[in-house]
Design a protein around this ligand. Structure first.
Ligand code: GAL
Length: 968
């Protein structure tokens, strides 16, 4: 049996696509509560269309919304694989179907003389039929695309109350074109509106607003299908549409200065409000430019996600995204992988973000079938592809923020993509075309890649990349600008390697920059089996086929709290860069203006000097005049006090803040920070303490109480201290797992680093020291680690523990180690960590760009980073000393030599490793302290390259020391 939605064509009854505008014509929102009936299959009779049907027994659903998040059916997550058999255009009989009904009355004055009534759906997933008063008004597919039906004739004049009925099917032929990596969620998830279309309406409007950077003039032409009047009061424009309006002087639009001019287009029947931004996008000598200047995209890929409403995002969530992006120095968004809610683009226009607007298209599941029958190259799908790009471009064509059209994502190659590109080139030559999946770039204007390694980006940046077999194609591509439309997979802890990518992007004008994958974790709020609230990922709805936590790979958590990755990204891409530099006069900071358009007039520079993490002087520096891309060395202010040699570790810090409030942040908002070290700490002068003393079965060394027989640590001062061990294991991060990259976790587990066994060889009192020698190794292998633990009492009541770790691998050991350090267990009363080192957030060898050196304090709870899937987190790096204290001020102080990584948590690494959701972690009533000499870098192998060689922890002899003292 063939259903209408098992068809290659895009539906029937739709009006021609047109721009999304703000109009004064009457409109009736049909959002709100609708009657709802759910079926597992699609073949029930269409009785829902009948106004006489009694729907009293139906449920109620909120539109916009997904039925899976309102009690019917379940969400399902797959990345690439289709969750149904691949036999286009067919879909399984089990095809969840939602019948929606709502009554509405036409507001007074709605149907003025000659007016038509148009029903507009902004987004319905995936296929639907609509009826008004029992008459079918249209059918459509294209989940994230608008569609309009003329319903004038269907409205029964005899009725005061009209009935709108909509039947939505979860699966359709269109599902083959909508295989984006996200939850499968169905329903009417964007606004529904009934629009009055007056006689002589503004049927459509297309703004062409360019800027000539040589003259400062603007070009303006607004096209309408019929005659209309254009007014731009601020520019004194009152002209006919469809004519060129030269403007001798305008202020251009850019993401940095999003200058908009209010405009109005009117006919006798309708007035449409527009906000015009003047800008000209061009590739000049292989460089991406806007308004004559090269522009660097510091971007993110944004899916529309709400933890409670799925893709039915609210305006507040859209605004939150834009503001958070702006506050973290992001200047560009790729609307992966479909056009966003139209309001989002207005917000981008207003606050300033460059946009790559992507068409709702992905056929990635065919990749698993070696691209057999890929729709992209099958003429039967041609009209569907063209329909999608038309609906994208026509809807969004008036947004100055949109600078590139993207044909879609991961849809292989083929003639239908070429046809889309040709259509765009004809309809809107003012913007560039983007498409990543064909590396020969036959139908795009820029060379785009995803997850290319640093080495490959370096080659492309210098136009020395490997040649394409076809010389002409190669020459064409080599002349193109380059963009990483996805890189730095932000899944879990990480991404690592951001700074190195940014340096490459900035090293060459060929590089347009890139878009981190991705903005937000798609976790859905859910109650777990233990009754606790959690963020669900693939499998949590018992989907038979799913891709697990791969859906949680954003820079913000599902509730939009910034993750450490976002803070790092902000620090790496900041347009107000402050970097240390050695000069003959000593360490200084270099200030570089990485804006594309503006100078630093909006920036204030605050400086401070800290000795051992305590401020000794502070003030403000005059902000130098710096054009885009210019830089200067900052002199130390005269007020910096002299420091008697070798009395403290001194840091000079400059923080760049907003001088004035903007639309997206308050004055004082931090834009960037840089630090340079001015003096080293003196070497600690410690007199030896008293030698070890025997007390019953114990050996006392300063505040340490050891078992004289086994050498095990029992106490540190007043606190029981247990389980002191060599620790090589960390709870594998998503990047250690390396689902779409080089995985480390399997090799680690195979070696057994998570199940070390410890053997004590000897416990000796040697002079004033106690030396415990032993070996830690996994079962079943001769690979192991010889350890020497040397305890020496120092000064007045402290103990120094020096640890030597010597890898022994007769068969070789090629895999890097997760970590090398020690761990021990302390009472939970030690609730607060205060440290001098990098902070306030977490940092690993290749992450932590957002951290700086100072003195910080956090509770044990606040030291945890709540990654959706539990994994190693929370390390504070380069810690010189730290104090773990109880509320009464008692506690332990530790001093590291050299500086170490400190991780403190109320559960063990094993528990972290074993648990599947952060909500399931239980406070164990004790504190686990990890002190690490080194950790493996993070990288971004969850999808992309692993840690760069410099950040890999190859096994080698390690020595580190920690001095413990009791705090009264
Ligand atoms: C890309 C894809 C994205 C996402 C990402 C991994 O290949 O375009 O949609 O799946 O990988 O998270």
């Amino acid at each position: 049996m063939n259903h209408w939605f098992e068809d290659f064509t895009p539906g029937r009854g739709a009006l021609p696509a047109r721009a999304w505008v703000r109009s004064d014509a009457p409109a009736l929102s049909l959002n709100g509560g609708w009657r709802f009936r759910y079926a597992e299959r699609a073949d029930a009779p269409a009785d829902l269309a009948d106004p006489a049907l009694d729907d009293g027994g139906w449920g109620e659903i909120t539109v916009p919304g997904h039925w899976q998040l309102q009690g019917w059916g379940v969400p399902a997550y797959t990345n690439i694989v289709y969750p149904f058999p691949v036999e286009p255009p067919f879909v399984p009989d089990e095809n969840p179907t939602g019948d929606h009904r709502r009554a509405f009355a036409l507001p007074a004055g709605f149907g003025a003389e000659g007016a038509r009534a148009v029903l507009r759906f902004e987004g319905v997933d995936s296929a639907f039929t609509a009826w008004v008063d029992g008459t079918e008004v249209g059918r459509s597919v294209g989940s994230r695309l608008p569609v309009e039906f003329d319903v004038t004739a269907a409205l029964d004049p005899a009725r005061d109350e009209h009935l709108l009925a909509v039947r939505v099917h979860q699966w359709s032929a269109a599902s083959y074109l909508e295989d984006q990596d996200m939850w499968w969620l169905s329903g009417i998830f964007r606004d529904v509106t009934l629009l009055a279309r007056p006689a002589d309406a503004v049927e459509d409007v297309f703004v062409h607003a360019g800027y000539d950077h040589r003259t400062g003039g603007g070009t303006l032409r607004v096209d309408t299908p019929g005659p209309a009047r254009l007014r731009v009061p601020e520019l004194g424009v009152d002209a006919a549409t469809n004519e060129d309006v030269p403007l001798p002087a305008v202020e251009p639009w850019s993401a940095e200065v999003p200058r908009l001019y209010d405009a109005e287009v009117s006919t006798a029947g309708e007035r449409v409000r527009l906000r015009i931004g003047f800008r000209t996008v061009a590739v000049v000598d292989g460089v991406f430019t806007v308004n004559g200047a090269p522009v660097k995209l510091r971007g993110v890929n944004r899916h529309e996600v709400s933890a409670d409403r799925g893709r039915a995002v609210t305006e507040a969530e859209m605004l939150a995204d834009v503001l958070l992006m702006k506050r973290h120095n992001v200047n560009a968004v790729r609307t992966s992988h479909y056009p966003p809610h139209p309001r989002f683009l207005e917000l981008c226009d207003e606050h300033g973000l460059w946009v790559v607007d992507e068409c709702d298209l992905e056929t990635h599941g065919f990749w698993l079938l070696d691209w057999r029958n890929n729709p992209s190259d099958d003429p039967r799908w041609r009209e569907a592809y063209l329909d999608r790009i038309r609906r994208t471009v026509e809807r969004d064509k008036n947004h100055p923020s949109v600078v590139l059209w993207s044909l879609g994502n991961e849809s292989g190659t083929g003639q239908n993509l070429a046809a889309m590109s040709a259509w765009v080139a004809d309809r809107d030559p003012s913007r560039l075309v983007h498409y990543e999946h064909d590396w020969a770039v036959p139908y795009a204007d820029v060379y785009s890649r995803m997850y290319a390694t640093h080495a490959e980006v370096a080659a492309i940046a210098t136009r020395t990349e490997e040649a394409l077999p076809d010389a002409a194609a190669d020459a064409r591509r080599r002349a193109m600008p380059f963009v990483q439309c996805e890189y730095a997979h932000a899944m879990g802890n990480g991404p690592g390697g951001l700074a190195e990518y940014q340096d490459l992007f900035e090293s060459s004008d060929r590089c347009m920059g890139g878009f981190v994958w991705e903005w937000i974790d798609h976790g859905l709020r859910q109650r777990g089996p233990d009754g606790r609230e959690r963020f669900a990922y693939g499998g949590d709805f018992r989907e038979p086929l799913h891709d697990g936590a791969f859906v949680a790979d954003g820079l913000v958590f599902p509730d939009r709290t910034p993750s450490p990755g976002l803070l790092d990204y902000a620090a790496v891409i900041t347009q107000v860069r402050l970097r240390p530099e050695e000069t003959p006069a000593g360490g200084r900071l270099r200030l570089t203006n990485h804006h594309d358009v503006v100078d630093l007039d909006h920036v204030r520079l605050r400086w401070s000097v800290e000795d051992d993490g305590l401020e000794v002087a502070a003030g403000e520096l005059a902000t130098p005049e710096l054009a885009p891309r210019a830089s200067t060395l900052l002199e130390l202010p005269e007020e910096v006090p002299a420091l008697p040699a070798a009395t403290a570790e001194r840091w000079f810090t400059v923080t760049a803040v907003l001088a004035r409030a903007t639309s997206w942040a308050d004055a004082g908002h931090v834009l960037g920070r840089g630090q340079v070290q001015l003096a080293d700490a003196p070497a600690p002068a410690r007199s030896p303490g008293r030698g070890p003393a025997r007390r019953g079965p114990d050996l006392l060394v300063g505040p340490a109480v050891l078992d004289a027989r086994t050498g095990a640590l029992h106490r540190l001062g007043a606190f029981p201290a247990r389980s002191l061990e060599l620790a090589l294991w960390r709870a594998p991060t998503d990047n250690d797992r390396g689902e779409h990259g080089e995985p480390l976790e399997p090799a680690w587990r195979a070696l057994g680093l998570h199940r070390l066994r410890h053997r004590t060889g000897s416990v000796e009192v040697s002079g004033s020291d106690v030396v415990v020698a032993g070996r830690s190794a996994p079962a079943g292998t001769d690979t192991g680690f010889a350890t020497t633990w040397r305890w020496s009492a120092v000064g007045d009541g402290a103990v120094r523990l020096e640890v030597d770790v010597l890898p022994q691998a007769p068969g070789g050991l090629s895999v890097p180690l997760p970590r090398v350090g020690l761990r021990l267990e302390l009472p939970r009363a030690l609730r607060t960590l205060t440290w001098f080192g990098r902070g306030p957030g977490e940092a690993y060898p290749d992450t932590g760009a957002a951290t700086w050196t100072s003195r910080f304090s956090r509770s044990v709870e606040d030291l945890q980073t709540p990654y959706v899937r539990p994994q190693e987190n929370g390390q504070r790096a380069d810690v010189r000393w730290a104090e773990l204290t109880a509320d009464d001020g008692s506690g332990l102080r530790l001093e590291a030599d050299p500086a170490i990584g400190v991780t403190v948590r109320p559960w063990s690494t094993e528990a972290l490793d074993a648990s599947t959701h952060t909500s399931a972690l239980r406070d164990e009533g004790r504190v686990w302290l990890h002190l690490d000499a080194a950790q493996q870098g993070i990288g971004t192998a969850s999808c992309g390259p692993g840690a760069l060689p410099a950040y890999r922890l190859q096994a080698q002899p390690v020595r580190f020391a920690v001095t413990f003292a009791a705090l009264a």
